[in-house]
Every structure is written in C-alpha cells, then in structure tokens.
Design a protein around this ligand. Structure first.
Ligand code: PMP
Length: 368
C-alpha cells in the first residue's frame, strides 16, 4: 500500500498554495455561530464527556432516521449506526466483506479503494459514463461479485450523477442476483437543482446506505452513519465496538442539539448549494476561457469538477510542475485501480475564492 496522494498533498502545501486538491468545504460556510450556541447548550451536561453507547446516541439516530422517512425511505433509529465519519463506515463494511470481490466505478473514491486494499477486497472496475456506470459491464461484473460500491450523486471524483434510468437498472440487477449495494452519499444534499432518490430506498434489505455530516456541516466532528436493516446493523455493531468503542459523544450531542431546529439546517444547506453552484459555474467559465483544451462537464452538485486534456498529457507529471508554482489539483490516474498516467484531473472548486480560482487556472495553464 501507498499513502493517499491527497493526504500527502495536504501536508506538503503551504498557506500560499492555491489548492484545488482536497475535498475541503468552504471555510466561510461553516455555521459557526449556530454551532457555538448548540455547544453552549450542551456544555454543562456531564454526560457529554462520559463513555457512550457504540451504536450512537438515540437523539442523533432519531433525527437522521426522520430525514430518511420524510424522503419516503422508512427508517427508524434501529436502522442507523453512527460512525466516525463515513470513512469508518466504509472500513466497517470492508471488514464485514473482507477478502470478497467488489464491483466499483472507475474512476472511484481514493479513500474507499485504499480501505478495500487494506481489507483484501478484490476490486473490479466498471467504466463510468456521463449518466452512471456502463450497465452491461456492471451486470457482467456484479453477477460474479454480488457486491458493489457506488457513489450515485455528484460522484467523487467525476461529479457524475446517475440518471433515473440507470438507478432503476442498478436496482433490478442487484435484486436479480440477490447481491448487496453499498451506496455512499456524502454529497447528495449538495444538489444545485434537485435531489435524486437514493437507489437504496428501493433495496431496503440489500443495501447499506452511507451518510455524513462532513460536507453538509463540518468534517471535524467526524460523524457519519450507516443505514441498513436491523439485523445487519447488529452485525456491524460488533465490528464498530471493537474498532473504537464509540464515536465522539461530544460531537454527537452538539450535532443532535443543532439539528433540533430543522429549518435552520435547511437554510444552511441552501446557502451551501447556492454558493457552490456559483463557484462551479465560475470555475467552468474560467476553464473555458483560460484553458479550453481541458474538456469537462458542468457538475450538477457536490464539490468537484472533472475532465480531461486527452491522453497526450500526463497530469501526474504536470502537477509536479504546478506544485513549484504553488497550485495543486489531483491527477485523474489516482482514482483508478491501476494508476496508469492519463490526461484527467479532479478539481475541487469549493475551497478557493473567485480570485484564487482564476489565478490558479492561469498558473496551471502556464505549466501546461
Ligand atoms: N465517501 C466519499 C465519496 C468521500 O468523498 C469522502 C470524503 N472525501 C468520504 C466518503 C469520507 O468522508 P467523512 O469520513 O468525512 O464522512
């Protein structure tokens, strides 16, 4: 195994470097005042400092369950396991499915691929198209693996959003082969126009649905969750409690307090969507103006913009030059099972301001 390129980059760069690399939320959008008020309300209660239950505090699991139910995916707190970020959710699942074969999208989330490697899952990649995985390739692979990991909303890294048709095709294939879908949804709330239904909602017995507060509120609380049927949650709990006993009680109590005011949370989500939409459009416009040879699609939500120069450019070599000029991105080859250099790039557009976006693209163009 090797370290994640993104984690290494985060450590290597200084304050002056314009970073389009990590999936960092915008600093200006953290609801610091509201979180401070929620914190003050729970701060004097000694139970927030105590060891707590492994599956997560009732108040938080109930609020998460209610959001699913309100969206037409009936859920109770017993379907929810709180995890230390959705990164841990994936780790727990990888332990659960240790040594198995798994069908994944290519390109896919680097952090998931490393967890699968660590737990000796054998990954089979299926090509992502503009509206989701290639369905016939997917079925061919899934027939054998009976297990898949997908990110259907504003995928990391490609920003791909699955069409309604492909969501239905995936549902049919998972049912037909009686397999398992792991649906990772950290970006689903960050839609620019509309929210798509979760595939898992049609597969309540055959799915694990992963969520997180990292992109919608703050990543530093390290709170995510798994939604699954009760029996599966009980099995996963055995793994969870042996990893870290429980996720931070302080984080959970603050979150549960903050989430009591659902209108406030909704307003906050809308402000992120508006801000990110404007930034995505600006990023795309600047790319077309400054570096038109980089072909890309405008994302429909999330935090990333993905595209390619074509195969005659090696973006892994290019990023070494960019680092010297103090601008970074993630080369596309990092998101493939075999990291063969290619002309693709993932840009994060949420962390930088408009001025940095324009300046950063100009710097990359000068290295090109
Ligand atoms: N899944 C995907 C697709 C992600 O992009 C990330 C974070 N970049 C995670 C899971 C992990 O997020 P967290 O542990 O902060 O919830």
């Amino acid at each position: 195994m090797k370290r994640s390129f993104i984690r290494e980059i985060l450590e290597a760069i200084d304050e002056e470097t314009i970073s389009f690399a990590g999936g960092l939320p915008s600093l200006n959008l953290f609801p610091t005042q509201d979180l401070k008020e929620a914190t003050i309300k729970v701060l004097d209660n000694p139970k927030i400092y105590q060891y707590t239950v492994s599956n997560g505090i009732n108040e938080l699991r109930e609020q998460i369950a209610k959001r699913y139910s309100d969206e037409g995916f009936p859920t109770t707190k017993d379907n929810i396991l709180i995890t230390t970020g959705s990164q841990q959710a994936m780790y727990i699942l990888a332990k659960f499915f240790e040594n198995k074969d798994i069908t994944i999208e290519e390109p896919s989330y680097l952090g998931a691929m490393n967890i699968f490697r660590l737990n000796k899952l054998k990954m089979q990649g299926v090509k992502l198209e503009n509206d989701g995985v290639n369905i016939s390739e997917f079925e061919k692979s899934f027939k054998n693996t009976k297990l898949t990991y997908l990110i259907p909303d504003f995928q990391n890294p490609s920003a791909t959003t699955y069409s309604q048709e492909k969501r239905e095709e995936i549902t049919k294939i998972v049912e037909k082969h009686d397999g398992i879908l792991i649906e990772d949804s950290p970006y689903s709330e960050l839609f620019f126009d509309k929210k798509m239904p979760y595939i898992s909602a049609k597969l309540p017995k055959n799915s694990f649905h992963l969520g997180s507060f990292s992109k919608t509120l703050v990543p530093s609380y390290r709170i995510g969750w798994i939604r699954a049927d009760e029996e599966k949650i009980k099995s996963l709990l055995i793994i969870k409690e042996s990893i870290d006993l429980h996720s931070s009680g302080v984080s959970q109590y603050i979150l549960a307090e903050y989430l009591k005011d659902t209108q406030k949370y909704e307003k906050h989500l809308q402000s992120i969507r508006d801000d990110y939409k404007a930034k995505a459009e600006y990023f795309s416009k600047q790319l077309k103006l400054i570096m038109p040879e980089f072909k890309h699609q405008l994302p429909k939500g999330g935090m990333f913009l993905y595209g390619t120069f074509g195969d005659n450019i090696d973006t892994f070599a290019l990023v070494q030059e960019c680092l010297k000029k103090k601008v970074v991105y993630v080369p596309g080859n990092q998101f493939y099972i075999d990291k063969v250099p290619n002309g693709e790039i993932r840009f994060n557009y949420t962390h930088s301001n408009f001025e940095q976006i324009e300046k950063g693209i100009k710097l990359i163009k000068s290295c090109l």
